[in-house]
Design a protein around this ligand. Structure first.
Ligand code: C5P
Length: 206
């Protein structure tokens, strides 16, 4: 069983994906980490964000086992990730890794922006997890404060709106809801309610 979870930034899709993976004992890949990893290396190595060939080379050399999920959750890497993620050559270099992960025997849970549309259109279960931008900004703001980053709610909202626009407006694998996905809008739901709603949708499909 392949479970594809897509949605915009801070929609709670990562938490849902992790919990589904634990519930069904499936391996889980947070595909945002791949783009964050490329973005982080671009920043560290001063690669320009318009140098598509150099960024694609970074993507080609990415080693999943060396990515530090905690460190990559920092705000600056989200912005860098969405910039490199708009480039077709970068996406092309990360495609096989994600498809191999999705197609391993026994199945997998993947979350990102294009899992149900591009990476695994054949997935048995597709969820599109979303919430109003203000609700997502409030969540991400809390997370960043807990990480010790000092940032205002307005700045987080502005970042989320910019990322939504960049992720939805790009030509290559834009963030769109797959025609056969179930939509979960968790505005106003807490983590537990959102999880219960997701589980109910998945159980109906599988
Ligand atoms: O989900 P997360 O916030 O970690 O993703 C960071 C960025 O990576 C997103 O804003 C998006 O631009 C990009 N991304 C993508 N396709 C995916 C996963 C993430 O374009 N499957």
């Amino acid at each position: 069983m392949i479970i594809a979870i897509d949605g915009p930034a801070a929609s709670g899709k990562g938490t849902i994906a992790r919990r589904l993976a634990a519930h069904y004992r499936l391996p889980h890949l947070d595909t945002g980490l791949l783009y964050r990893g490329v973005g982080a290396r671009a920043l560290a190595e001063h690669v320009k964000f318009d140098d598509e060939a150099a960024l694609a080379a970074l993507a080609g050399g990415l080693d999943l086992s060396t990515l530090d999920p905690e460190a990559l959750k920092a705000g600056i890497f989200g912005e860098a990730a969405s910039r490199v993620a708009a480039l077709a050559q970068v996406r092309a270099r990360l495609l096989a890794l994600q498809q191999d992960f999705a197609r391993q025997p026994g199945g997998a849970v993947l979350d990102g922006r294009d899992i149900g549309t591009v990476i695994a259109p054949e997935a048995e279960v597709k969820l599109f997890v979303t919430a109003k931008p203000e609700a997502r900004a409030a969540r991400r703001h809390r997370e960043l404060l807990q990480r010790g980053e000092s940032v205002t709610l307005d700045a987080v909202l502005a970042d989320i709106l910019k990322r939504d626009e960049r992720d939805s407006g790009r030509a290559s694998a834009p963030l769109i809801c797959a025609a056969d996905a179930d939509i979960l809008d968790n505005t106003g739901l807490d983590v537990e309610q959102s999880w219960q709603a997701a589980l109910a949708l998945v159980e109906r499909r599988r």
